[in-house]
Design a protein around this ligand. Structure first.
Ligand code: FAD
Length: 554
């Protein structure tokens, strides 16, 4: 803001002094050295250019304000119109639509469909930058991104779906998908009696005119959580005669009339306010079978695996956003005669938060790169499977505590609703709950160890290639080997095993991708025996100047 536009600091009773400024007008890519380096090394010029443009846009006062407005003016359900017709539509504030347009135009959901070089890294990094303006819109963007791999499993579907997923424009009209320029796709699995355990689903599917792949069925039942219900279609699960099966449910039937998609109400959520999450009922709802009858989990799991990458990137972004606000505040606020950023203990806390942020990003980027390479490289395919589960578990679990500590760095200014921090804080537990909660992720690691032994072998190969790099890494890998040497009480140890794997992988990725001094600081902070549960209580003094300059390069 130019100095002329500044509100007056001289008030009748006092002068406004020592207040931080809004963190706006910065490029969210170039201030973030670690992410910038990743994209410079990615050998995908489209992505570096796109991320720099999105970084400027997401950091602009305008887009930051869309984020605020979309959350302060949440979506409204219109079950009926004023004449009594059932419409089941959700109305959003214009800021939400601006955000959706931006996300689509920057190809967040369509990056892997449109770019064979670094498409998944593109999704992860663009979603990461975007989230620092607004997190809720990333839910429909994630599901739209993740739907393609499952849709590709069913060649009998109308090719229109995949074609329209590629188009980087936002078409918000509530009309049949065939008449739209582009589409968004959601996912509806969770029912009242079972979320993690989808085999408890009670929704039934009856064929209209003979059973089989891509054939029409009528679904009857409900879904207890269905986010972004204004999507054009949903991948959903229901029991057909052959078992639990995956279906595509469009909002309009092929004859152009509204499908039976009854939105019962919107959830009143802790956070994620801009995004509508609904309860829905199907009553003879038209759907098309995707994959074989009975192969529902196998078909939709491809979508879920990709949404898990999005949860990882989204949580890394929340950590990053909170860190940015904390460091910016500390650079502008003084206490006891010195800027907070010059106070030794604050430097130690902020540097520790910055280590967490960089490690979260580096692990996210490593897994996204594995997604990009999975088609041609069995090692990368194995890493993409086990790695996304580890990363989703660990980064999402670390988020609320990291955000909270960043909030505390801002003192009371971090706790008031006018600041973005409460929104970040309320968002922070969500990625750990959906798309497989913490225990489910840890149990999934055990399942992978038993049913896909090549994934554990690939992880071990990657980890042991760093033996000898640092004594603490060696000691940690020994601990992990010991845990893996017995199957006794393995479920009770699943979180411990997952955490040892995740922090080991983070350490190795930091050795590969971050400057030596950054990797060294991370390893000592997170792998050492007397590591602390809070931030800033490390046994070593961190090289704060280098760490904080790298963390917020402006
Ligand atoms: C805001 C929001 C939006 C959502 N949007 C969607 C959506 O669009 N589509 C959709 O399908 N779903 C959606 N969900 C639902 C979400 O995916 C589920 O809440 C989640 O999968 C957990 O299922 P559940 O709530 O039934 O919990 P449960 O399955 O009952 O699990 C409760 C707890 O038990 C743990 N647990 C489960 N099994 C075991 C076990 N064997 N051993 C040990 N612990 C276990 C879990 O880890 C969890 O901590 C949404 C949820 C939220 C909060």
């Amino acid at each position: 803001m130019s100095s002329q536009l500044q509100p007056p600091a001289h008030l009748p009773t006092h002068e406004v002094l020592n207040q931080a400024t809004e963190f706006v007008g910065q490029n969210l890519l170039t201030v973030d050295t670690a992410v910038h380096e990743t994209l410079q090394k990615a050998d995908a010029p489209w992505l570096l250019e796109r991320a720099a443009a999105l970084g400027a846009k997401a950091g602009s006062p305008e887009m930051q304000d869309w984020g605020r407005l979309a959350n302060e003016c949440p979506p409204k359900l219109k079950t009926f119109d004023r004449f009594g017709y059932r419409i089941d539509e959700v109305e959003f504030h214009p800021a939400y639509h601006h955000l959706m347009s931006t996300a689509m135009e920057y190809e967040i959901p369509s990056a892997p469909l449109n770019h064979s070089d670094a498409g998944h890294l593109g999704f992860a990094s663009l979603a990461y930058i975007f989230t620092q303006a607004e997190a809720g819109v990333i839910c429909p963007m994630t599901m739209t991104y993740a739907a393609a791999p499952s849709l590709k499993l069913e060649p009998g579907l109308d090719p229109m779906w995949l074609e329209k997923l590629k188009n980087p424009v936002y078409d918000s009209r509530f009309i049949p998908a065939s008449q739209k320029e582009s589409v968004t796709i959601g996912m509806a699995m969770t029912e009242k009696q079972g979320g993690s355990d989808v085999r408890a689903n009670s929704t039934r599917a009856v064929p209209v005119d003979g059973a089989g792949r891509a054939k029409a069925y009528l679904l009857t039942g409900h879904k207890w959580f269905c986010s972004a219900p204004m999507c054009d279609a949903f991948l959903t699960l229901a029991y057909a005669e052959g078992g639990l099966s995956c279906f595509l449910v469009p909002r309009f039937k092929p004859d152009g009339t509204r499908n039976n998609f009854f939105i019962q109400r919107l959830k009143d959520k802790l956070g994620n306010k801009s995004n509508a999450s609904s309860e829905i009922e199907y009553n003879e709802t038209w759907a098309q079978l995707v994959g074989e009858e009975g192969a529902g989990v196998r078909t939709i799991i491809e979508m879920v695996r990709h949404t898990r990458l999005a949860c990882t990137a989204g949580s890394a972004a929340l950590i990053r956003h909170a860190l940015t606000l904390a460091v910016h505040h500390a650079r502008h606020r003084s206490a006891f005669g010195k800027l907070l950023s010059d106070q030794p203990l604050m430097q130690q806390v902020l540097s520790d938060l910055a280590l967490e942020s960089e490690a979260s990003w580096q692990l996210t980027a490593r897994i996204a790169r594995a997604f990009d390479a999975q088609a041609n490289d069995p090692h990368e395919q194995a890493i993409s499977r086990i790695g996304v589960t580890l990363a989703k578990y660990w980064i999402c679990k670390r988020t609320p505590r990291t955000v909270y500590e960043s909030m505390e760095c801002m003192g009371g200014a971090g706790y008031v609703e006018e600041a973005p921090m409460p929104r970040i804080f309320r968002e922070s537990p969500l990625n750990s709950i959906w798309e497989g909660s913490g225990n489910v992720m840890a149990l999934d690691i055990l399942r992978a160890m038993q049913k896909e032994p090549e994934s554990l072998q690939a992880l071990q190969k990657e980890l042991t290639s760093h033996l000898g790099d640092h004594p603490l890494v060696d000691a940690q890998l020994k601990k992990l080997q010991k845990e893996l040497s017995s199957m006794d009480d393995i479920q009770r140890r699943a979180r411990r095993i997952t955490e040892l794997m995740a922090t080991s992988l983070q350490a190795c990725v930091m050795i590969e991708s971050s400057p030596d001094w950054m990797a060294e600081a991370f390893i000592e902070a997170r792998l050492g025996e007397d590591r602390s549960q809070t931030f800033g209580a490390l046994p070593t003094v961190l090289p704060h100047e280098k760490i904080l300059q790298r963390a917020l390069n402006c």
